[in-house]
Design a protein around this ligand. Sequence first.
Ligand SMILES: Nc1ncnc2c1ncn2[C@@H]1O[C@H](COP(=O)(O)OP(=O)(O)OP(=O)(O)O)[C@@H](O)[C@H]1O
Length: 596
Amino acid sequence: MKQTKTQQFPKTKLAWLWENMQGTRGIYIVGMLGTIVYNVLQLTVPYYSGKIVDIFLTGENARENMRTNSDLFYKLLIAMVGFTFLRTIIVYLDCMIYEHVSQTVLYRVRNYLYNKIERQDMTFYSTYRTGDLMTRVTGDLDAVRHMVAWVIRMVIESFSLFGAAAIFFLYINWKMALCLLVISPFVFWIIYLFKNKVAPMHALLREKLAQMNTYAQENISGNRVVKAFAREDYEIQKFDKANKDYAETNKATGMVWLKFYPYVESIANLMPVVMLAVGGVFLIRGQLTMGEYVAFSGLIWAIANPMRQMGNIMNEFQRFSAASQKVMEIYYSEPKIKDAKDAVAHPERFEGKIEFEDVSFQYEDGDLPVLHDINFTVEPNEIVAIMGETGCGKTSLIHLIPRFYEPTKGQIRIDGIPIGKLKLADLRKNIGLATQDVLLYSDTIEGNIAYGDSTINLDEVMKFAKYSAASDFISKMPEGYDTIVGERGVGLSGGQKQRISLARALAVKPSILILDDTTSAVDMETEKQIQQSLRELDFPCTKIIIAQRISTTKAADKILVLQDGYIREAGTHEELLAKKGYYYELVKLQTGAEEL
Ligand SMILES: Nc1ncnc2c1ncn2[C@@H]1O[C@H](COP(=O)(O)OP(=O)(O)OP(=O)(O)O)[C@@H](O)[C@H]1O
């Protein structure tokens, strides 16, 4: 997993969130105003009860007032009930607004991230692990949604409640209000200290979660290897460790608040005590009426609760901060390999001439160059075979043609145009590639073959299956081309998967066909059939074939022998035999002949 330092983004986290609320910002503001209104409305009950107490229960003329002014009594009661009802309606609508906006943001950002991930280059995929990426588009995004749906609402709720209660207290009795409010700054200071402690815990927690998800994902997809080596117990233990790690970190994060909680709770609990003591003195001295006292004590929670809520809010805020950091990393990531500013469109088919000129290449995370000064030309329709011992750079070389990676030096041209000047889509659409590790989708065989061009009909699909010597085994399957192959082609043999992958590469009628050891798992007879079909394709096509078998390379127009990233030998089968070098030795080895 990539260990990122805290990356700087073009926008702050909240500004980024705001940007993604586009289209729902108006309604969100209405929601926030609603939160303020329904919190201010909380003051109505203690306000009216204070009035009722003063006028009709404890005041000098209480009995008289009840007799002569009972209308006012009922009006105050109705107002209390009415405002409570109004508040309920506002809370209800407000919840709907927050839910709507948060789901809209979630939907938008998730799509945007998926789009970004899809368009990344190979380096991105070798940097980020699938489990980590999955965590970003699920758990992390949920923390972002939670920020919109709950945390912001709680912040507004707490501050508006606190603010409204404070103003109300100051309005009815400023001296009493100050006695109560004077302790609140301590809470902010404690929350500030808490924030500094809990922020790194949330970052760590987030890493542990990604680690656990990565283990799970890798083990589920690599399940066959686990079974083959009977490593279930080992993997279960490994997961258990990651799970425990995550649970422990989760607990530790929760414990941080517990260290600060007693202080905040004590301050919050101090409020009713101050109320009782100071309020009592004020009452005795006549500086506070009984009604005012009722109003104060009825609303004391509006000062104490926001204080208690602060820790929760700060916790959630830090969770959002750690998660959004991960989301924004993908959100603002740009593939290094993309269309150049002056890229030219090339909607027409390529002729298929390929030129490598002094091409060298090193992986970004590699220590040494893997290709050195590669020079060769392939004419349209030619077949070029590339061979060499394992790890010599064959796959790296062919991956440069569709620009999966950029050469560190030199230039590759197709039909005379440097590939860096072509639009990526135009370049790749002209290339049919069957990779070494075959990946099929859980779809029908027909769907898999027609993956690159879904407009082709079944007859064409069958034709390409025939080219790749796959039609026989497909027609023997109970549902033929409608047979669903499992995830990654489960249910097919290695050779069968390779042949479907070849048919898929051919089905886009590419002007350049690249096969990376695509027939390594098929028998010699079938391979011969495939070689024959490749020579008889009904469309022009340049073929670059990585192969180890002499039976494949023999018929090629040109053979390149790679060694340690250099082209050591190049020529036809006969020319290379005459050189009596690596190729010659390989033929001897494969044919079992002493001399050729
Ligand atoms: N994504 C990568 N990042 C860093 N190094 C890599 C990467 N892929 C391959 N390499 C290294 O580049 C070198 C060439 O690998 P490459 O896959 O091109 O060899 P190959 O000739 O195709 O081997 P094989 O016949 O086994 O498929 C190897 O040393 C390999 O370790």
